[in-house]
Design a protein around this ligand. Structure first.
Ligand SMILES: [Zn+2]
Length: 428
């Protein structure tokens, strides 16, 4: 079992500018807070934002920060490439609420040998927990001390873009018009609400976020949330016979009606699911929060109807108006949009080839900023940034993955500048 070394990390930082950028970024605690109504939800996102604004200004750029904390930087095309298609690249400032992002103590496992990694607090990352680790034998891997997440989701993406910006500004990377966006509160589903497509003014976009090396995400679920409300009737238990209606029992009945083999823990790949994730209540009133997911629109509609039928069944048993469902649309599968407007996906595929990174095209069993942007009219697949086991203390970042993400993103910018005739065989 190997352990990380702080000294090894220090030594590596002397020679690796991109990794140094990343390590500087994780010093900022930018954990998103879904209990806050502030924009952004945590002050750390503004602190990191201020730091990035300064660095961008040092490069003679004129970034703007919106009132929600989003940073948008427009970079003019290299001379002669002004008419190239306009590309928007995004990464997010916040980290997941699931684990602390404060005082991250990173260290480096050098030349990983394949027998697992022991973090400083004794927690272990092995291949049972993280099968992808087997792809990274022989590599240097950044880990935490086991008390925080690492923040590679998505500071790896931000590091890649900040590193890229330097090459765009000094024109060592040929590029058309590029817009760089650092969004806020992606992890709590608020980020794209704060993005104005007219301000982004781009033909297409790519998020650089999360994921194992090689991943190109071109489809996501169609997603809906539902709140199920149960209305009981409180009567003293001494005289409850035939009168009391227990909202908690209604909820239990409702949950029992869910198909057992269509839950997140019993489905994978292309299969959709129902998931109950939060509940509160007493005899009089209970509420159940759930989400519905399906890659097909038709499939999601069927799940919606199924929930309505379950509500009807509860009402039949307990009396009219005992139960109701309130649905909220969450996001749509970006795959449909990307099939209709495939230009950016084709550029991405070509970019992986140009960078020499083996491509794994994937449907993500979750949403991305790209789902929302695509469905609003800005086609937006996602490119890996490299971290593994995101959102918790087992998060780690194989250093070559970070570099591969940079190489693919750089190749993408160059290919978009050269245009579709040179770069890809497909047309939009
Ligand atoms: Zn992310």
């Amino acid at each position: 079992m190997q352990q990380g070394s702080k000294e090894a990390l220090e030594a590596k930082l002397q020679e690796d500018e991109l990794l140094k950028l990343f390590i500087d970024l994780i010093a900022f605690d930018t954990r998103a807070d879904f209990t806050s109504q502030d924009k952004p939800s945590s002050i750390g996102q503004l602190r990191l934002g201020a730091y990035l604004l300064n660095r961008l200004a040092d490069l003679k750029l004129k970034p703007v920060q919106t009132k929600e904390g989003v940073i948008i930087t427009k970079i003019a095309a290299s001379s002669g490439y002004e008419n190239a298609e306009k590309l928007c690249l995004l990464a997010h400032l916040d980290t997941a609420p699931d684990a602390s992002g404060a005082d991250i103590k990173a260290s480096l496992v050098t030349n990983y040998q394949g027998k697992g990694i022991e973090l400083k607090n004794g927690a272990i990352i092995d291949h049972a927990l993280s099968p992808e680790l087997a792809n990274h034998i022989g590599e240097d891997i950044v880990v935490t001390d086991g008390t925080t997440l690492l923040g590679g989701d998505d500071k790896a993406g931000i590091a890649v873009l900040m590193h890229l910006v330097q090459g765009l500004v000094d024109d060592s990377i040929v590029h058309g018009p590029v817009t760089i966006v650092f969004s806020v509160d992606e992890e709590i589903g608020r980020s794209t609400k704060y993005l104005d497509l007219e301000v982004l003014d781009s033909d297409f976009a790519v998020t650089i976020d999360g994921c194992e090396r090689g991943e190109l995400d071109v489809a996501t679920f169609n997603a809906e949330g539902a709140k199920i409300i149960f209305k009981g009737k409180v009567v003293h238990t001494a005289i409850a016979y035939g009168k009391l209606k227990n909202a908690l029992k209604m909820m239990a009945d409702f949950i029992k009606l869910l198909p057992e083999n269509e839950a997140p823990e019993t489905t994978k790949d292309d299969q959709g699911f129902y998931h109950v994730h939060d509940a509160m209540g007493n005899v009089e009133h209970a509420e159940l929060m759930m989400i519905l997911r399906d890659f097909e629109q038709e499939g999601l509609a069927q799940r919606h109807h199924k929930v309505e039928d379950m509500v009807d069944a509860i009402n039949l048993k307990y009396g009219a108006n005992s139960c109701e469902a309130i649905f909220v649309k969450q996001y749509e599968n970006m795959g449909l949009v990307l099939k209709e407007r495939p230009t950016i996906v084709n550029y991405c595929r070509a970019a992986f080839a140009r960078a020499g990174v083996a491509l794994i095209e994937k449907k993500v069993r979750g949403g991305t900023d790209g789902s929302n942007l695509s469905c609003r009219g800005l086609p937006c697949p996602n490119i890996f940034a490299g971290p593994l086991n995101c959102h918790g203390i087992y998060e780690c970042l194989p250093v070559p993955s970070l570099h591969a993400s940079y190489q693919v993103t750089k190749a993408l910018v160059e290919l978009v500048a050269l245009g579709p005739k040179v770069s890809t065989k497909n047309d939009d």
